[in-house]
Design a protein around this ligand. Structure first.
Ligand SMILES: *Cc1c(COP(=O)(O)O)cnc(C)c1O
Length: 428
């Protein structure tokens, strides 16, 4: 597998370089030089394959000979060891539950796969890596869980003060060992900007081997394409199938676009955002205007400058007309989000988390009678129970796995949003 930079198609690297170092020096993003179509035999017979078998086929299609078959199989089977069921909640509306991993959010797919891929590439070298990751909530927890105790890798997590839930904070701060949690006095965009600045800092790069676990790293996107195939497999229908993706940094959406490029016959993508509506506005106007992120109930999507936007542009040859042909976008307010959670619970007996509720309402706005809509459910509702507690009058089912972590004591270091503070911390 070879990859180029979205800023320079002649800047080509192998997968190891892209995974271990995340970003090209020209500030672009890595994209595969070739995205091959899977054969029709496979696409038409998905029901014959288990989720792990599907994941391996898709991974092999993208990664090719770069990793020997047996090794890739182990990486895939080790990472994708939980289910992704499709639950039908009403006519032509289905929820793809991506929250059955260890931290109850879809980010477990990306983080587990990336950790094992990095471990594989570091195995025969003396290299040590420091991973910097900015999180709006779920990424950090999934990355901490995925990388805990992985040799030769230290993880530094930056999260915005007061903007992650209690459970999320526990999932960031209770590991110890090779996982360090930094509470930044700022918002998520500032955390992300700090991480970007660190990658461009010559002194830091000279002294430490820095990498990222945000969805700027291609290793996150590869496993996220697996479950589009798995979801498709689970629906038996003659109607076209569209996917609704609650979106923030648009990694999940980009992975879906890769799945489509590999031959999965997806009709449309519906990008559902909260108040941070940069992408729906782009679809409407053709103009991309990043903003300072607003704070919302669906805080993992509080992103004003989605980093995968340039990958989407790249996939469509930067042609707005082609993009808006295949992707629709809707922005949903917090009031609508809460109303939706209550309504869906009362009418359909299903509990949505705020991110999935944004997706559900996005599917209603799209309102295509003759299509099946699969909404990606990105988090278990318990992760955001505190945020919605005052607005709902029912209790959210409580998976037993979270009791242990809630009792643990967390450890964090508080830093300002000043780059020097971060730099000193990393160097020390
Ligand atoms: C990260 C996250 C999102 C947004 O995913 P992107 O790939 O950044 O668009 C949505 N919901 C939840 C719960 C998340 O953690």
């Amino acid at each position: 597998m070879k990859l180029y930079s979205t800023n320079d198609k002649n800047n080509i690297v192998d997968l190891k370089e892209a995974v271990l170092h995340s970003l090209p020096k020209d500030k672009g993003l890595y994209m595969p030089t070739a995205i091959k179509k899977l054969d029709d035999e496979f696409i038409n017979n998905l029901h014959k394959y288990s989720f792990q078998e599907i994941a391996f086929k898709v991974a092999e299609n993208l990664i090719g000979e770069t990793i020997p078959k047996e090794d890739l199989k182990n990486i895939v089977e080790d990472s994708i060891n939980f289910i992704a069921p499709v639950v039908t909640i009403e006519d032509k509306t289905h929820i793809l539950e991506l929250f059955h991993g260890p931290t109850l959010a879809f980010k477990d797919f990306g983080a587990r796969f990336m950790a094992r891929l990095m471990q594989y590439f570091l195995k025969d070298s003396n290299e040590k890596i420091k991973i910097l990751v900015a999180t709006s909530g779920d990424t950090g927890g999934a990355v901490a869980a995925g990388f805990y105790n992985i040799e030769n890798i230290e993880v530094v997590i930056l999260y915005p003060k007061g903007r992650v839930s209690k459970l999320q904070e526990k999932q960031l701060t209770t590991w110890g060992g090779n996982i360090k949690a930094l509470e930044i006095d700022g918002n998520f965009d500032q955390c992300q900007a700090l991480v970007k600045q660190a990658f461009l800092d010559p002194e830091l790069n000279e002294k430490c081997n820095l990498s990222s676990a945000n969805s700027i790293n291609i290793a996150r996107l590869i496993p996220q394409s697996f479950y589009y195939f798995e979801a498709y497999k689970q629906l038996t229908t003659d109607l076209p199938i569209s996917f609704v993706v609650p979106s923030g940094n648009f990694g999940n959406m980009t992975a879906g676009l890769l799945a489509k490029k590999m031959g999965l016959p997806i009709s449309k993508f519906i990008a559902a955002t909260n108040k941070n509506d940069v992408f729906p506005k782009y679809l409407a106007s053709g103009e991309y205007n990043p903003i300072q992120a607003y704070e919302t109930l669906s805080n993992a999507m509080d992103i004003g400058n989605p980093s995968n936007f340039y990958r989407i542009l790249d996939l469509y040859g930067s042609t707005w007309n082609n993009i808006k042909e295949e992707i629709l976008g809707y922005s949903i307010s917090d009031e609508e989000t809460v109303e939706t959670i209550v309504e869906v619970h009362n009418k359909l007996g299903y509990v949505l988390d705020p991110h999935t509720a944004v997706g559900y309402l996005g599917s209603k706005n799209y309102n295509h009678e003759n299509e099946e809509k699969i909404i990606l459910s990105t988090a278990h509702p318990i992760k955001f129970a505190n945020e919605v507690a005052d607005s709902i009058n029912f209790s959210i089912p409580h998976p037993s796995s979270i009791n242990t972590i809630l009792k643990k004591e967390g450890h964090k270091t508080k830093l300002s949003s000043d780059f020097k503070a971060l730099k000193d911390f990393i160097l020390q």
